[in-house]
Every structure is written in structure tokens, then in C-alpha cells.
Design a protein around this ligand. Structure first.
Ligand code: FPP
Length: 245
């Protein structure tokens, strides 16, 4: 896929997507092309991510959710899972120093109980450390699956109904949203997926209902701030009707 690089001046800063979702795909292929182990692709992917967060924050985007580890990724070889977990731990630790200095609020979304105690503790620490920042909110989707998220919401709402905290006739879309990991956050309005794949892979199924989808053949470690700007300009040139005319 070819597209012109977009300059920052082409972006309408008054009409930015409020929430960008990114499926960061292609780390393995990036490494393979270079004769490197898959871990090298993930490391390069983590570096690419830092630059994208900085760019999105500087532009004034309010929320960004990145798919770092899905509920299905446990099926990968243990060595790769261990490496991804250590990379995530490092990222959370260092984020306190690097990204927090940029005013980023860091949150982890997904099911935590399957993660190691060390990562669970670090998530709490990093969230606490960055919670009063006023810049972009970065959700790291970690052991995240949209079906798990929705199932969890259904269980919580059923428990409330059984305990008569809520009447089933009062269950609205709003009630469901309030039981998702992204409670109080706007829907994703721009969804980016790299590496040429064009599927959702169990990512934010509820929140992307009206998202504009943007795909590129670039592999995630090659995705640059200029590519993010390109996606935003394309987003701004689309007519969004939300089911209307
Ligand atoms: C998909 O590429 C990518 C992942 C499963 C992991 C994404 C992780 C990162 C970008 C780095 C770590 C993130 C943080 C927040 C530190 P793939 O491995 O499926 O690539 P392939 O399809 O080419 O094999």
C-alpha cells in the first residue's frame, strides 16, 4: 500500500480522533526479514511504540489503546511469551521515567489475574505514579480479549441484578459500558492495524463499533510518527455518518 507522507500542517488539530486503537502487528515478520529472532522484532516494536505515544500526545490525542498481549497470545512458545512479559515489565518500569515525564497517564486493560505477581504489582505502581498526569491516556491491552471483557461485564451485571442493585429493565448500553475496562473513556474512532492483516482479532469489539479502520502493509517496528499523521489525515477526510445519512 502506498500513501503520501502527511505533514503536521495537514492535520486539523481541532478535529482529532479522540481515541485511537492500534493493533501492532508484524514484529515477527520484521525480525524474520532480517534473520533475527522474533524477540528482536518485539524489542523494535516496543521502541516504535514509544515514538508513537510521544507523537500522539504532542498532537493532542486524548486516548490511545495498544494491543500488547492478547488472551490468545499464551498459545505462543513459552520462550516468546516470557520475552514479551519481560519487555512489558521493562516498559512499565521505564515508562515511569520516560513517558510519565511527557505527562502520559498509563493504564493496563485486560484480565490481570493470569499475569505474574511482579507484573501485577508494577501495573499498580505505574498506574498510581501516572494517574495525575494530564496528557494522553495510554491503555496497554495486556492479557486482553474483547470477548473476555464483555463476558466479565455480563457476569458483573448479573451479580448486581441477583443482588437487586439493578433491575434488568434498567440495563442499557451505558450500563454495559460502565462495566468495560474502558469505563468513562470515549469509543475508539480510529483503528489502525499494521502488517497488511485486516481483522479485529478480538480487539475492543464493543468500542470499535463506529471506528474508521486504517490498514497499512508496514510492519509495526517500521511504523513511524509520519505514518500516524497519515492515518489521522485520512480519518479526517472520511465522512462519518454513525448510521445516519
Ligand atoms: C504482533 O506481532 C505483536 C504482538 C503479539 C506483540 C506486540 C508487542 C509489542 C509491539 C512490543 C511490546 C509492547 C509493549 C507495550 C512493551 P507478531 O509477533 O504476531 O508478528 P508476526 O505476525 O509478523 O509474526
Amino acid at each position: 500500500m502506498f500513501f503520501k507522507k502527511k505533514k503536521i500542517e495537514e492535520i486539523d488539530l481541532l478535529h482529532l480522533p479522540q481515541h485511537i486503537g492500534i493493533i501492532m502487528d508484524g514484529n515477527g515478520r520484521w525480525a524474520k526479514k532480517r534473520g533475527l529472532p522474533r524477540s528482536a522484532g518485539h524489542k523494535a516494536g516496543a521502541e516504535a511504540l514509544k515514538k508513537i505515544i510521544t507523537e500522539a500526545n504532542n498532537l493532542g490525542v486524548k486516548y490511545i489503546t495498544v494491543y500488547a498481549f492478547s488472551t490468545e497470545n499464551w498459545k505462543r512458545p513459552k520462550e516468546e511469551v516470557d520475552y514479551l512479559m519481560s519487555l512489558l515489565l521493562d516498559y512499565l518500569r521505564n515508562a515511569e521515567k520516560t513517558l510519565a515525564g511527557e505527562n502520559v497517564v498509563i493504564r493496563a486493560i485486560g484480565s490481570r489475574k493470569e499475569l505474574s505477581q511482579e507484573i501485577q504489582k508494577q501495573i499498580i505502581k505505574t498506574e498510581e505514579f501516572t494517574k495525575n498526569n494530564t496528557g494522553i491516556v495510554m491503555n496497554i491491552a495486556l492479557n486482553y480479549g474483547a470477548r473476555e471483557e464483555i463476558t466479565n461485564a455480563v457476569k458483573e451485571i448479573c451479580a448486581e441484578a441477583v443482588n437487586r442493585v439493578i433491575d434488568t429493565s434498567d440495563i442499557t448500553e451505558n450500563v454495559i459500558e460502565n462495566h468495560l475496562y474502558t469505563k468513562n473513556q470515549p469509543d475508539v474512532d480510529l483503528l489502525i492495524r499494521t502488517s497488511g492483516e485486516q481483522r479485529l482479532s478480538n480487539f475492543m469489539l464493543w468500542q470499535v463499533s463506529y471506528a474508521e479502520m486504517w490498514f497499512t502493509d508496514k510492519l509495526w517496528p517500521d511504523f513511524k510518527p509520519a505514518d500516524l499523521r497519515c492515518a489521522i489525515v485520512d480519518f479526517q477526510n472520511r465522512g462519518r455518518r454513525f448510521g445516519g445519512v
